[in-house]
Design a protein around this ligand. Structure first.
Ligand SMILES: [Zn+2]
Length: 230
């Protein structure tokens, strides 16, 4: 930002609070259920192996990845990357997270439309995420409204991306929970604990959408206010 605008906080604060709350929820659910052993005594890696085989996802590689809560499935390299905390843990949290990531691998295998659409937007988004704010503020400061609206469109793209992320994530969790149930990796009580972990994680994506939308609204507000002053 080129200057401090208190108005920005009026727009950004609700989404920012939601993001903090979501981070708190995901951290507390993760650390709570990392202490709860699953009944089968499976590590995250065991759970991955015992699901990938029966699902005929033998082309999926399993690798380690540094950090905490960094577990993800990479559709380009067909790789399931598990953090050390998850891969080696015999907890409910570990099997919950693994099942969610395998949900993504299944989406990829079935060419699930929202996942493909989301993947297609990544290159454009990588550029627009840093170019769009610059275009907007440059356009706004130099009274070039066309340029500013191009910036708004770039932020709009980020909002579309965040919106498409929701069905991708909710669907991966739903798939993951049914895998845990159908392959009897957890019992009924553990299933609801696993759901608590995945629901908390899903909230962070809702918060990300809220943050993008609040930026978009702020830009539109500045721009339409500017035009009225003309
Ligand atoms: Zn996910």
């Amino acid at each position: 930002m080129f200057y401090f605008d208190p108005l920005y906080f009026v727009f950004a604060l609700p989404a920012l609070l939601l993001a903090f709350y979501a981070q708190f929820k995901v951290r507390s659910a993760y650390s709570k259920y990392l202490q709860v052993p699953n009944m089968r005594g499976l590590t995250g890696l065991d759970a991955a192996r015992s699901l990938l085989g029966p699902l005929a996802l033998n082309q999926v590689n399993v690798e380690g990845t540094p950090g905490e809560l960094t577990d993800h499935y990479d559709p380009r390299s067909k790789t399931l990357r598990l953090s050390q905390g998850v891969a080696g843990s015999r907890s409910v949290a570990a099997v919950a997270i693994v099942s969610h990531e395998i949900g993504h691998a299944l989406q990829d295998h079935e060419a699930y439309a929202p996942l493909r659409l989301r993947g297609g937007l990544v290159p454009a988004l990588t550029v627009s995420s840093w170019v769009a704010p610059l275009l907007f503020f440059f356009g706004w400061i130099t009274a070039n409204t066309t340029l500013a609206w191009v910036g708004v469109a770039g932020v709009g793209l980020a909002a579309v991306f965040a919106l498409i992320t929701l069905p991708v994530e909710f669907n991966a969790s739903a798939r993951g929970l049914s895998l845990l149930r159908n392959y009897q990796l957890v019992d009924g009580r553990e299933l609801s604990q696993a759901k608590a972990v995945l629901d908390a994680a899903a909230l962070t994506y809702v918060a990300a959408l809220a943050q993008t939308l609040s930026t978009l609204l702020y830009y539109v507000f500045l721009l339409t206010g500017f035009r009225r002053r003309d």
